[in-house]
Design a protein around this ligand. Structure first.
Ligand code: GUN
Ligand code: ZN
Length: 429
């Protein structure tokens, strides 16, 4: 076993922050001696006597917090960040698809995956639900790179059998067979999990979506990920292609792709019935504020989401998103949340934003109590953050009189410079 002494942040069952300004985090192997878990977490004075023989690393002055969970990101779009386009559809056509076509080459895919994971960890992200590309090799490359780092990681082969250019378009039957084979090869291997990944309704035939839904029914613990209701042109197109559906979200419902462990990126332009459907089905939204602001897609409606009991968590959505940094994403989410404030008085608190990018995102994935938190039994993925990482942060955090003031200073002024250490499965990355 090993322990860390420092300021310690975690969340209780009511999603409220629990903070010890002088805390102790004790980690050790699980009963099988394999994975590193949180053994105890709490105030140093209350806990230290229980672990007299455990070596304690002193990180006082720094904040120990759960590793961040990115609920939606595209590793193959690492080099697409910042591509200028008037909106989603031309951005896909002109930049994203041409770039993704390169991921048929496994060696190239692996080189990008290695960079991507190193970048995630540099930013304190320890789990990501990630799109690969339509090429099975891109999935193998990502899983192998995650496995080498001991990360808990979920990805899947993108399904897109129409309205897609040569180089990324796949074949209906082959794509479904590839998905089944990849599930068998990777799902549940160590910390890895598979996600059935239809890109979005406009680039899949109904047959492909139905096939994906059938696979999802056969594998209830496999994840599902897609995009929905991001952009007005996209929605118009989806409704032209599926005129019988009640709504864009309804397309996925009709084929069995709405259930627990299904994560839908964006969910901006939903109506009340859609939001009810999200809540009832147990599906969750990946809120991607830097992407939505960059591509001019719109503003996630936090008030409506909460009113309908929707689950959601925060996501970078790189390369539509502009940063791997959870701090940048939380700040953008705060700006987006302000949009609703004038009408309702909503203001997202810093601890609420933090929860959405850790324990809340884990809950959306059905991994509550496994990752995204530092309660006993959770996997030992955490970050050590330096509140004095920059002169301005040092000045600002020295004046913080409450946890919210401390967290807000980090959200507003923080970035990768704050992340002094990223610990994955008990090992410093
Ligand atoms: N909709 C379909 N594909 C994509 C993608 O790659 N990024 C975003 N933001 N939206 C999409
Ligand atoms: Zn996306």
């Amino acid at each position: 076993m090993k322990a860390y002494r420092g300021a310690l942040l975690r969340f209780d069952d009511q999603h409220q922050p629990v903070y010890d300004s002088d805390g102790l985090l004790v980690i050790g192997p699980d009963a099988q001696g394999g994975r590193q878990l949180v053994h105890a977490a709490g105030a140093y004075d209350a806990l230290a006597g229980r672990f007299p023989d455990v070596a304690v690393e002193d990180v006082r002055g720094q904040l120990i917090a759960p590793g961040f969970v990115d609920l939606h990101v595209h590793y193959p779009q690492t080099d697409v960040i910042g591509a200028p386009a008037p909106g989603l559809l031309p951005w896909l056509e002109n930049y994203t698809y041409p770039h993704e076509s390169r991921f048929a080459d496994k060696a190239y895919a692996r080189s990008v995956a290695d960079f991507f994971f190193d970048e995630l960890m540099r930013h304190g992200v320890t789990t990501a639900l990630t799109f690969a590309t339509s090429h099975p090799a891109s999935v193998d490359a990502a899983f192998e790179a995650a496995q080498a780092r001991g990360l808990r990681f979920i990805t899947g082969k993108v399904l897109q059998d129409r309205h897609s250019p040569d180089g990324v378009r796949d074949d209906t039957q082959q794509s479904l067979a590839d998905t089944e084979a990849l599930i068998r090869r990777w799902h549940g291997v160590g910390r890895l999990g598979y996600a059935i990944t239809p890109r979005f309704a406009p680039t899949s035939t109904e047959a492909q979506l139905r096939g994906a839904g059938e696979i999802a029914a056969r594998h209830p613990d496999v994840w599902i990920q897609s995009h929905v209701a991001e952009n007005r042109d996209e929605i118009r197109w989806a409704m032209e292609l599926f005129p019988g559906a009640r709504s864009y979200l309804g397309v996925y419902d009709d084929v069995g792709l709405l259930r627990e462990r299904a994560i839908y990126a964006h969910c901006i332009h939903l109506d009340g019935e859609d939001r009810q459907l999200m809540a009832r089905s147990g599906a969750a939204a990946a809120v991607s504020p830097t992407s939505n602001l960059f591509l001019g897609s719109g503003f996630f409606d936090y008030v409506q989401a909460d009113d309908h009991g929707m689950r959601y968590g925060l996501a970078s959505d790189v390369g539509g998103g502009t940063s791997f940094s959870p701090f940048h994403t939380m700040l953008a989410a705060y700006y987006v949340g302000r949009e609703g404030q004038t009408k309702t008085g909503l203001s997202l608190t810093p601890s609420r934003l933090w929860w959405q990018h850790t324990a809340g995102a884990a809950r959306a994935l059905g991994l509550e109590g496994v990752i995204g938190n530092l309660q006993p039994g959770c996997e030992a993925d955490f970050v050590v953050l330096d509140p004095q990482a920059t002169p301005l942060l040092a000045r600002k955090t020295a004046q913080a009189d409450s946890l919210d003031e401390l967290l807000f200073a980090l959200i507003v002024l923080g970035d990768d410079r704050v992340v002094r250490r990223c610990v994955v499965d008990g090992r410093t990355a």
